[in-house]
Design a protein. Structure first.
Length: 52
């Protein structure tokens, strides 16, 4: 399953990315700033989309 997580670098979003990764789903994180990309990927996201 693929899961799109808005605000993936925030508190709730980062938890959602981790839960997806642990459960075997593909988390796709949505971020608003490019400097947050590495952080979201380190949480287990399979991909990151910059919304700006």
């Amino acid at each position: 399953h693929n899961v799109l997580v808005w605000g993936a670098a925030g508190g709730l979003g980062s938890m959602a990315v981790q839960l997806c990764a642990v459960s075997g789903a593909n988390a796709i994180g949505v971020i608003s700033e490019e400097d947050k990309r590495d952080f979201v990927m380190s949480l287990g996201a399979k991909a990151v989309i910059n919304r700006k």
